[in-house]
Design a protein around this ligand. Structure first.
Ligand code: BGC
Length: 768
């Protein structure tokens, strides 16, 4: 609240001011630490840079997709089986000095193929080019090394978010790094630290959900898993925080379209996860390929130079998104032609252009440099960052590691982590009369289009961009149906196939089969998609799915609805007729097994929703909505919600102080008891609510969480510490301010009041 207690009325004024100054000084020290090897690498970079021609420098700033060096008809029609086109390779690497290749062409490869492809690329770069600079190969390994057949795939980020388990997320990322390095690719275009503020947006599933604190914490965990202590490690990769900034809340919901987000809200909701990723040493940042407030991120000098570079002090590599510089021209119409788009992007601060199909970017940048419209210093800045990353990754010393360095690739131990991640993500949203877990002797009908589909378990970015051919390559893994048959025996499982939008025939067959069973497991949700292919006209479950659900419910047999989907499709037309609802997100290759284990009680569910599950397509509200939205706030399931097969009780919420001042630490404790009869995991969530403030506050905000495991009757005291900064918001003047006034601290259904005594202005914006 704005009415703050005047400092001058306080007797210990001087002391308080000193504390405040000390506190501000402390928070100013939020820089990333410098690497001890940095100066040595800087010297090497300078030495190399001095020897480079303009063409060689610009080549380093150019990134092309694998297709461009492959046999076939460009840009998309790559010949099968894949083969490198030696002439094209020479043209790209030797003649045009291209410094980075990325992507998988049209589909995944076996690990051996990858080894051969990368080896050939590096061989040419390091032996046939004048300066022998290795290529920086990048890839989207966003839920496992997902462009490698037989690699270990994991739940997409939205599922990992539902685990609320940072150490598990870190473990997953460690494995992804290991398996990505195992194919000699050292650079990952992951994690997404975007905040999913629109379920309409097709990239909802690529995020850690709607809350920026959860995104921040899990983003850091993922980053740590990818990069470890040093990316020179042969088991680590350079990570990319993407997509800077404000990508996931387009006004229309349509991918790559306009967002209207005032700066203070950009800073409040979208900036903190990037700020933390930078602080944690992320090596690269990828820009948002859309526009915000009319300015494409790739032409946004203010966002990139002022915020990312100066405020956040990001020293690493800024890579464009796919064709995004060209899009400044042909998609956003903010440049008159390709050349002006290149000029805008270079002025904004892009270091490397993901072009991706030709060398036009290099040619135009050379022209701009010769015309002195882009300075040599500006080009050198970018090339320095690119070369530095290549040195840091150890590519100059050893660009390739033999496959036998990676004996754990696709191992059983890695598979188990994937299964564990899927099991911890699964969120039990409804369980009327404790229907679940089902007895192992139960007879079950399984139906719905997702029942026997690897595609709807895996989503996009799986072997192909759209994830459409997993069913032909994931056959060695289990669909939900297969896992269920394996667990219960074919004699106990009836299966009726269904189209995505169930036909009357599908429905009639399913109703007939339902007569022979005790329970119905209905598997609905989405099929795979990525980016603009996932745009939706309607968030409602399709009419065929609604009819199937309703008519199965009318049989009187209890229906367990299992959802495999990348965003919340609206199910309110039939949800009340379902006895149980299981949200599995996109759990990937071990998802079938994980869902089965949970339904039959081998796993006690502990996932919690990382977003608000809407009840209607026109009611897309967030848990941290404003008070003015309160009266209309109706949801299918709330953010942070998820049931367990046991029960938990919360008691003794205690704050060590009722008044908080600058420099103070607030300690909050709460006792959590497992009051049921089996062991279970619980996510303890602490929220703060600002009663009133000069900027309309959210009704509540997640401030801390932890996941604990409790045996029956066991009690644990959970202790959280908070700082005044945790109660701050970004004002319309873009200052971070904690306003004096009344707050509420909530944990489960317990609530305590807190007063913030002073206004505290967190002067340095980069410390948000
Ligand atoms: C996506 C990025 C991705 C890039 C490379 C783009 O279309 O927006 O997230 O990293 O392609 O595949």
């Amino acid at each position: 609240m704005s009415a703050h207690t005047a400092l001058t009325t306080q007797p210990n004024l001087m002391l308080r001011k000193l504390v405040l100054l000390f506190y501000i000084a402390l928070t100013l020290g939020c820089h990333t630490q410098s690497d001890p090897k940095t100066s040595e690498i800087d010297q090497k970079v300078e030495k190399l840079l001095k020897q480079m021609t303009l063409e060689e420098k610009v080549g380093q700033m150019t990134q092309l997709t694998l297709n461009v060096i492959s046999k076939g008809i460009l840009p998309y029609d790559v010949s099968e089986p894949h083969e490198i086109d030696e002439e094209r390779l020479q043209n790209v690497i030797v003649k045009n000095h291209v410094g980075s290749i990325f992507n998988a062409g049209n589909h995944a490869f076996e690990r051996d193929n990858w080894q051969q492809i990368i080896a050939r690329v590096q061989q040419v770069a390091t032996t046939q080019t004048r300066l022998k600079i290795p290529v920086l190969y990048g890839i989207d390994a966003v839920h496992g090394t997902n462009y490698t057949y037989h690699s270990t795939l994991f739940p997409h980020q939205i599922g990992l978010a539902a685990t609320w388990n940072p150490s598990l997320v870190e473990k997953v990322a460690e494995i992804v790094a290991y398996e990505t390095r195992a194919i000699n690719i050292p650079w990952n275009f992951s994690p997404s630290v975007d905040v999913a503020r629109s379920p309409l947006h097709s990239r909802f599933y690529e995020t850690f959900g709607e809350d920026n604190y959860l995104v921040k914490e899990l983003g850091k965990a993922m980053l740590k898993g990818y990069q470890g202590d040093t990316v020179a490690d042969k088991y680590k990769v350079a990570a990319t925080a993407k997509h800077f900034i404000g990508y996931t809340m387009p006004l229309s919901g349509i991918d790559r379209s306009s967002a209207w987000i005032p700066e203070h809200y950009l800073r409040e909701y979208f900036l903190p996860p990037f700020a933390d990723a930078v602080r944690a040493g992320v090596k690269a940042v990828m820009l948002n390929l859309s526009e915000i407030n009319g300015i494409p991120a790739h032409a946004n000098i203010y966002a990139v130079q002022e915020i990312l570079r100066k405020e956040l002090k990001f020293k690493g590599l800024i890579v464009s998104d796919w064709e995004a510089i060209r899009e400044v021209f042909f998609h956003h119409h903010v440049a008159a032609n390709d050349k002006e788009a290149v000029k805008l992007a270079i002025d904004a601060g892009v270091d490397m252009s993901m072009v991706p199909f030709d060398v036009m970017f290099s040619e135009l940048l050379i022209e701009l440099a010769k015309e002195k419209r882009v300075s040599t210093q500006r080009i050198d800045e970018s090339v320095r960052r690119i070369l530095k990353l290549k040195f840091e990754l150890g590519l100059f010393e050893q660009p390739l590691y033999p496959a036998d360095n990676y004996p754990k690739f696709a191992s059983e131990a890695f598979r188990q982590v994937s299964q564990h991640a899927a099991e911890e993500s699964i969120t039990l949203l409804k369980n009327e009369n404790n229907l679940l877990p089902l007895p192992k002797t139960a007879k079950v009908l399984i139906t719905g289009f997702a029942a026997n589909s690897m595609r709807s378990l895996n989503g996009g970015w799986t072997y192909t961009w759209q994830g459409h051919d997993i069913d032909s390559h994931g056959g060695y893994k289990h669909t939900i149906l297969e896992a269920m048959v394996q667990k219960m025996g074919a004699e106990n499982v009836r299966f009726v196939e269904s189209a995505f939008d169930s036909t009357p025939e599908n429905i009639t067959q399913a109703i007939a089969a339902a007569q022979e069973v005790d329970y119905i497991v209905l598997c609905l949700g989405e099929s795979s998609y990525a980016e603009n292919f996932g745009n939706v006209r309607d968030l409602n479950a399709s009419e065929g799915q609604v009819q199937l659900a309703r008519q199965l419910a009318a049989t009187g047999k209890p229906v367990i609805l299992v959802l495999t989907e990348g965003r919340p499709k609206i199910i309110s037309a039939f949800e009340s007729q379902m006895q149980a609802v299981v949200m599995a997100y996109l759990p990937s290759n071990e998802g079938g097994l994980a869902i089965t284990n949970m339904i039959f009680g081998e796993v006690n569910p502990s996932g919690k929703l990382p977003f608000t599950y809407p009840i209607a397509a026109n009611m897309l509200l967030h848990y941290d909505h404003k008070y003015s939205e309160n009266y209309a706030f109706e949801v299918q399931y709330p953010f942070g919600f998820g049931l367990s097969y046991t029960t938990f009780a919360y008691q003794n919420l205690t704050l060590d102080k009722k008044q908080l001042r600058a420099g103070d630490t607030l300690t909050v404790s709460v006792d959590v008891t497992n009051t049921g009869n089996r062991a279970g995991k619980e996510v303890v969530q602490l929220y703060s609510g600002d009663i009133f403030a000069s900027l309309a506050p959210s009704v509540k905000r997640l401030r801390r969480f932890t996941k604990i495991e409790l045996q029956p009757n066991e009690t644990k005291k959970v202790i959280f510490t908070l700082l005044p900064e945790d109660f701050a918001f970004i004002t319309p003047k873009n200052q971070k301010l904690a306003e004096a006034g009344a707050f509420e601290i909530t944990v489960a259904d317990l609530k305590e009041n807190l007063e913030l005594v002073d206004n505290i202005d967190f002067a340095e914006k980069s410390c948000q």
